[in-house]
Design a protein around this ligand. Structure first.
Ligand code: SAJ
Length: 432
């Protein structure tokens, strides 16, 4: 089934692996997508995308039709047939905020069983610094081959923004580090086929691993600062967003946007990988940890805003209907991993509220796992307190007349507080 002259296999057909494989295939390379989930393999080989991402369905369909992409569950066969193997598997964190690298380990084990001289192994998954050196290479060397001497090794982080993945993968600059210059040059040659962005070659594998974590940690810490500013502005009775936008007119200031907390599988996890590595080396990275704590506490602050708002209209949270608009971790995506909605719903449930949830994108199974009661947009708008949690475009059209019981907690700066208040709505929000 697998073509003899296949050159690349991509391990992991998720949000990043599938578009990466499809783009290599689109650029004329014979590509194998390795995925353990048989249903996903079937969907891909039928010419569809199991991942919701603009443009991906069409891309997958065209490369399956051209025969340049094929998906399989058999990773050892794929490894044997390939010259380059790319690891793009998930790297979540465990309950103690440590990295959970079992998928990287498993992919490395599988690849080592088909590894040959002159192969190049590339890791794209986000990992704690030194993972390539301390975990991946020793597993690959079980093959009897030596990294650097017999096979090449490179690390190049994926940096595409969900919902704009294909554009960013084909335009963003690419960071590449490797075990030696030959590995870096080979990886650079490969990725220059799919991105028009600059290829930045860094000194070694660890530097490239650290670059990825620094990017998302910068954003997480910046958002934590914005959230702290928002809490201060609430005590002052001023609009944080108005102040942030004004401050951002300064040519060297770029304060991010406050909100209900930071979700998704990147910003809310990656900073912990730095902390984990730093702590193993005797340094405790206090700023990064504090930023995480601030962002993690934001859903509790939103719950407080709900309590206060209901008190103001003579109601208690207990037995009130709270309607949450949006459970995805950010606007216009279907992904609810690490969503701030989870802690908010749990907290409101504990307080005895009846929690209704609406989201136009998130799957029914995911909605169910969140412990709220899925409801229509209209039903949610009739709740005792409406909480706007995710900045989906459709929620930008909400008007004061649509808030039937007159109480709104808005956690994203997409509705104008002044307009709602002028129209008699009790409007509270993060930073307003
Ligand atoms: N958020 C705020 N305020 C902001 C920006 C975001 O509260 O000003 C929240 C969002 O609502 C969301 C979370 O932060 O809950 C993360 O959203 P995001 O848009 O910042 O990032 P992700 O997780 O969708 O994608 C990030 C991107 N990294 C950077 O921009 C540095 C993306 O380029 C990476 O490829 C991706 O992580 C990844 O896979 O690491």
């Amino acid at each position: 089934m697998i073509k003899e002259n296949s050159v690349i296999s991509v391990f992991g057909m998720g949000h990043i692996g599938l578009p990466t494989a499809a783009l290599f295939a689109k650029n004329g390379l014979n590509t194998i997508g390795v995925e353990l989930n048989g249903d996903m393999v079937k969907i891909i080989n039928d010419g569809s995308s199991p991942i919701l991402e603009p443009g991906l369905e069409e891309l997958v369909s065209s490369v399956i039709e051209s025969g340049n992409l094929i998906a399989t569950k058999d990773g050892v066969d794929a490894s044997k047939a390939s010259k380059v193997m790319i690891i793009v598997v998930p790297t979540p964190k465990d309950g103690a905020n440590n990295s959970e690298l079992s998928a990287v380990k498993a992919a490395s084990e599988t690849i080592s069983k088909g590894l040959k001289k002159e192969n190049l192994v590339i890791v794209e998954s986000t990992v704690p610094p030194k993972t390539c050196e301390d975990l991946v290479i020793p597993i690959l060397e079980k093959s009897g081959l030596k990294a650097g001497k017999d096979f090449g090794m490179a690390y190049t982080p994926e940096r595409a923004l969900p919902n704009n993945t294909i554009y960013e993968m084909t335009h963003n600059d690419r960071i590449i580090g490797g075990i030696d210059q030959k590995s870096v040059d080979r990886a650079a040659d490969l990725y220059s086929r799919i991105t028009s962005g600059e290829i930045i070659k860094v000194k070694n594998l660890v530097t490239a691993e650290m670059v990825k974590l620094m990017e998302n940690t910068f954003r997480d810490a910046n958002i934590a600062l914005a959230n702290e500013f928002a809490l201060v502005c609430e005590t002052l009775g001023i609009n944080a967003m108005e102040a942030i936008e004004a401050a951002n007119h300064h040519p060297r200031v770029n304060i991010h946007t406050p909100g209900p907390g930071v979700g998704g599988h990147c910003l809310s996890i990656d900073p912990y990988f730095i902390v984990e590595t730093a702590e193993k080396r005797g340094f405790n990275a206090p700023l990064i940890k504090t930023a995480r704590d601030i962002n993690n506490s934001m859903p509790l602050h939103v719950a407080e805003l709900v309590v206060k708002s209901l008190e103001e209209v003579g109601k208690t949270v207990k037995n009130s209907k709270i309607g949450i608009l949006g459970v995805a971790y950010k606007g216009n995506v279907a992904d609810a991993r690490e969503t701030p909605a989870k802690l908010l719903i749990e907290t409101l449930n504990q307080k005895g509220a009846k929690v209704l949830i609406h989201d136009p994108y998130v799957s029914p199974e995911m909605m169910k796992s969140l412990k709220g009661q899925p409801a229509s947009f209209e039903e949610v708008l009739e709740s005792d307190c409406v909480v706007l949690l995710t900045d989906h475009d459709m929620y930008k059209k909400i008007t004061p007349e649509m808030i039937k019981k007159g109480v709104l907690v808005c956690t994203r700066p997409i509705l104008d507080p002044y307009k709602f208040r002028e129209n008699g709505i009790l409007f509270r929000g993060v930073g307003v």
